[in-house]
Design a protein around this ligand. Structure first.
Ligand SMILES: NC(=O)c1ccc[n+]([C@@H]2O[C@H](COP(=O)([O-])OP(=O)(O)OC[C@H]3O[C@@H](n4cnc5c(N)ncnc54)[C@H](O)[C@@H]3O)[C@@H](O)[C@H]2O)c1
Ligand SMILES: [Zn+2]
Length: 701
């Protein structure tokens, strides 16, 4: 490229594309392209800017970290900027990095520390006098989102540290917040069951989780943390390795996979060793981070605008394979969502044989312009479910058949619908579509719902195929049909006894699990618990309007509309009546919780914004336990608007318009009876804080 206006255009195009991808990635947790493709675009831009420094744009993505703050949390400035890392996919580049280090240190001896690069979200933690006081995301590198309440839910993270002779009084720990693979798999399985879109990879899942406003939900997601650096204003340690050892002594979780390497040859050995072994870890990794060990030498080498000169990330190329797309089949899920699945000629990839790949939804087929018979690239990078990332167009035959997305349900031929704003087509035939009915039965008997012994997904599926059961209510008619069951193949007396005992026992399963088991769209375990706790009986729940339900903590408008609609369908009302006849639990048993006081009886509250001392959930609980009510919208009947930081101006105006008093968190607390527990906890500055040993020094020990 010699013509400078062509170069200028390319720089412009790359800059815009990279800004867009950064926005998608950091703000929306969406990866439109693989990391490797992103890094190639960035490297191309870097190269052009080096050759034509005059043409570089002032806000180039090569010069600053890609993220920003989210505007949903209070923000805090970083004491030490949180930078990115230079990265490479080539071993030659690692040798060049080593040569640059050698030159920079002018012949002095040096060594490295190698660490696994865990694919999660960077986090800065502040410990003062041994206590965790703040957690801040990287944000734009200068300021980040304060997500302390969410970080505090990470169970292996000590809230108070072991006393240590050399422990600084005020220091910062940096590390990676991540979602372990088993947790990620479980979360996606649950989302699939609830008819929600799947999360692409554990990094996106961790990042999305940290952005949740409700830390109770964050706690349920079981995030983890590994520390990889310790920063103090003064120089506390001679080397990075000494700092890692100190972190371990203080009780912080440090992955014990790091090694000191005497030279670049040992670094390359480490890189090779983990190329395959990393797949055995219960955590997603995308490379190795190599750091000069001596901290004085780090200072000597310094920083570029975006990253340290004393460190580099080696990234493993995403494992990809090329194979043929033979067929696309369409699965119909419990909620009617139609998911295309690509059937491939089996091909080995990253330790397994891949035969199918997800196509997520219709958009993706269009985006890739897929044809049957195409040679496609399949990747299994951070993603657990393999996905098709591209088409080898040079290998496309003239006969390749364009994929026509079905317009009717592959199972029941009902015309598909695609609700606005949704990625999935849906079969609306809730009552008659066989795979939906079958999946609802499987859901009803599943472990987290009614957990019926002797009636697993397979058996209930078989019963469905035989016409023995159609809805959950039919399960309770099975005992009366014992003679019929005996005639079935593979159904001995013993397994029938077992089955009938399981059905009987399921009548003791608590109401929240029954509610979850009904398989109402969006009503997952947590929502079912909240609804059951709030309404206590199915009759009260069925009588509630969508608007009322939406005001229950954690039940948003979308969920409420779906649930209210479900309870209005005659066939569902009939199912519930039959379950009631059978003796299934349709109410919370035991006493209603005793309110802490009735101070707030007759008052209604709207809570909005971010709070300092309590999570929003805690405030809701406090109000409810003192007799108050939470509602969703501001009207002239509202008693108080409880306002935190970052509350939208529209809410404030509306409240002012209706003359609804606006109170702060502190003012709300003043309305409540004084807490009694503070005195019982003993002096606040107890000499030896509680030690949380976590599982430091071990991967998932
Ligand atoms: N696919 C896309 O659309 C897209 C878009 C934007 C960014 N990205 C990816 O994100 C990268 C940029 O992200 P980045 O700036 O966070 O850089 P990076 O992910 O390449 O490296 C820096 C990060 O590594 C993490 N890390 C993990 N283990 C570490 C350890 N032991 N020591 C130090 N850091 C460790 C930290 O979170 C740190 O912030 C790009 O190179 C690209 O791969 C992808
Ligand atoms: Zn159908």
């Amino acid at each position: 490229m010699s013509d400078s206006s062509a170069v200028q255009q390319r720089i412009q195009a790359l800059t815009e594309r990279l800004h867009h991808l950064n926005h998608q990635y950091y703000q929306l947790d969406i990866s439109e392209v693989s990391d490797q493709e992103f890094d190639q675009l960035l490297a191309e831009l870097q190269q052009l800017e080096t050759e034509y420094p005059d043409l570089a744009l002032p806000n180039s993505p090569t010069r600053r970290v890609g993220g920003t703050i989210t505007k949903q949390f209070p923000t805090a400035a970083h004491r030490f900027p949180m930078l990115s890392l230079g990265n490479t996919y080539s071993e030659d580049d690692l040798r060049e990095f080593d040569e640059r280090v050698q030159r920079g240190l002018e012949g002095a001896p040096y060594s490295y520390v190698c660490e696994l690069k865990i694919d999660g979200v960077a986090m800065s933690l502040r410990y003062e006098h041994g206590e965790l006081t703040q957690g801040v995301t990287r944000g734009d590198g200068t300021r980040g989102d304060v997500v302390t309440a969410n970080v505090r839910t990470i169970r292996t993270l000590p809230l108070a540290l072991r006393a240590g002779l050399d422990r600084p009084e005020d220091f910062e720990v940096r590390g990676e917040v991540f979602m372990p693979l088993p947790v990620f798999d479980e979360l996606n399985a649950e989302r699939e069951q609830n008819g929600e879109p799947l999360l692409a990879n554990p990094r996106n899942a961790a990042s999305g989780t940290l952005k949740l406003q409700n830390s109770t939900l964050v706690a349920a997601r079981k995030l983890r943390f590994y520390a990889y650096s310790l920063l103090t204003p003064g120089r506390h340690f001679p080397s990075h390795s000494a700092a890692l050892e100190a972190l371990t002594r203080y009780g912080l979780p440090v992955s014990d996979t790091w090694r000191r390497c005497a030279n670049i040859a040992e670094v390359l050995d480490f890189v090779h060793q983990w190329a395959k072994q990393r797949f055995e870890l219960p955590v997603a990794t995308d490379g190795i981070v190599i750091k000069v060990d001596d901290l004085r030498q780090q200072d000597q080498l310094g920083y570029t605008a975006k990253s340290p000169r004393w460190a580099i990330a080696y990234k493993y190329p995403a494992e990809a394979a090329r194979t043929r797309l033979n067929e696309v089949i369409y699965n119909v899920g419990r909620t009617g969502a139609v998911t295309p699945v690509a059937m491939l000629t089996p091909v080995p990839l990253a330790g397994t044989v891949v035969k199918r790949a997800t196509l997520h939804n219709a958009n993706q087929i269009e985006l890739l312009d897929l044809r049957l018979g195409d040679m496609v690239y399949v990747e299994k990078g951070g993603e657990i479910i393999p996905k098709i990332t591209g088409v080898d167009l040079s290998a496309r035959s003239a006969e390749a058949i364009p994929i026509e997305y079905p317009t009717v349900c592959p199972a029941c031929s009902t015309a598909l619908v695609r609700p606005e704003g949704e990625a999935h087509f849906r079969c609306p035939n809730e009552r008659g579509c066989p795979p939906q009915l079958k999946a609802r039965l499987e859901h009803y008997v599943s472990r987290k719902a009614l957990n019926i012994d002797g009636l697993g997904a397979e058996t209930v599926g078989r019963f469905f195929d035989l016409g023995l059961v159609n809805t959950p209510a039919d399960i309770y008619d099975l005992p009366a049909r014992r003679t019929e069951l005996v005639t079935l193949e593979r159904m001995g007396q013993k397994s029938i006894d077992n089955l009938l005992a399981g059905i009987e026992a399921s009548k003791q399963v608590t109401f929240p699990r029954v509610l979850f088991g009904l398989g109402i769209r969006y009503v997952g375990e947590t929502v079912a618990q909240k609804l059951a706790a709030h309404y206590r009986t199915i009759d009260a729940l069925m009588a509630a309007s969508a608007e009322e339900m939406a005001a229950v903590p954690e039940v948003g408008g979308v969920i409420a509309v779906a649930a209210a609609h479900w309870f209005r369908q005659p066939e569902n009302i009939e199912i519930i009546e039959r379950l009631r006849q059978a003796g299934v639990q349709l109410a919370v048993t035991g006493e209603a919780p005793v309110p802490a006081s009735d101070r707030l009886a007759g008052l209604t509250f709207v809570i909005s914004g971010v709070f300092e001392q309590h999570s929003r959930d805690e405030l809701q609980q406090l109000i409810i336990s003192n007799g108050g009510k939470i509602t969703g919208s501001i009207s002239k009947k509202l008693s108080y608007l409880v306002a935190g930081d970052n509350m939208g101006p529209a809410k404030r105006e509306k409240a002012l318009g209706f003359k609804v008093p606006i109170v702060s968190e502190t003012e709300l607390m003043a309305l409540l009876p004084a807490p009694v527990e503070a005195a019982a906890e003993g002096p606040l500055d107890a000499p030896e804080p509680v030690v949380n040993t976590g599982s430091q020094g071990q991967l998932f020990g």
